[in-house]
Design a protein around this ligand. Structure first.
Ligand code: ADE
Length: 221
């Protein structure tokens, strides 16, 4: 998979791309990530990328040309262009599973007051990571990269995402490790029984109980 990220703040991605699982996925060439400063596509003096809004109002608006030129330069036949915006479709694990199948994704990160409405004609999807407003699309782009890359073959232990929260619209079951007794709180006996059928049943029940308590909305689906 190839991911191009269009941003005015490429340094924000340094830590994200150079640590832990994402770093390893890049080294193993499961994914290649290209962070592009779309300011480089500006044809104006001082590499200007934004201007005041028509009709007045606070703040600056990202102009069409630098972003659209960058998209057109990087796009190939089967590219999916995604705009990060609080007005987009709510991001779900299901969306991550859908994006995992794509060959090439371009993530467009806005900043400031927003972007010229006409940019919407050059994207395939709009995604929001939640009902709150961030200073830009960089964190949402990292959220999307992280959740999609961990699903790619060879990135995390085979089969481990089959048990993830939100698979089958259920939250994950509780897990424990050593010590057996922490300040009087003991690990449920069934997990030490060695009986795999009982363990599987216990986990299914706990998963359902937790989902009912915390996210009953998931069970309606
Ligand atoms: N840009 C600013 N806030 C955002 C959000 N919640 N989701 C996606 N992009 C954003």
């Amino acid at each position: 998979m190839k991911i191009d990220i269009l941003t005015l703040f490429p340094n924000m991605f340094d830590g994200f791309l150079n640590e832990s699982i994402i770093k390893r996925a890049i080294e193993k060439e499961v994914v290649s990530i290209n962070v592009v400063n779309f300011r480089n596509y500006s044809k104006l003096n001082n590499s200007q990328v934004d201007d005041t809004p028509y009709g007045g109002g606070a703040g600056m608006v990202l102009m069409c040309d630098p972003i659209v030129s960058a998209i057109e330069d990087l796009k190939v036949d089967d590219t999916t262009v995604i705009l990060m915006t609080p007005q987009g479709n709510p991001y779900k694990q299901e969306t991550a599973r859908e994006l995992k199948l794509k060959k090439h994704i371009i993530l467009v990160c806005g900043h400031y007051e927003g972007f010229d409405e006409r940019i919407r004609n050059f994207v395939d999807m709009e995604i929001s990571i939640g009902d709150y407003v961030l200073t830009g699309g960089e964190l949402p782009a990292m959220v999307i990269c992280d959740s999609v890359i961990r699903l790619l073959d060879g990135v995390i232990r085979e089969g481990s995402h089959i048990e993830d929260s939100f698979t089958d619209n259920m939250l994950d079951y509780p897990t424990y490790t050593k010590p057996y007794d922490f300040r009087g709180m003991k690990v449920p006996d069934v997990l030490l029984s060695g009986n795999h059928k009982n363990i599987e049943e216990y986990r299914k029940e706990e998963s359902l109980k937790r989902t009912k308590e915390r996210r009953p909305d998931l069970l309606d689906k």
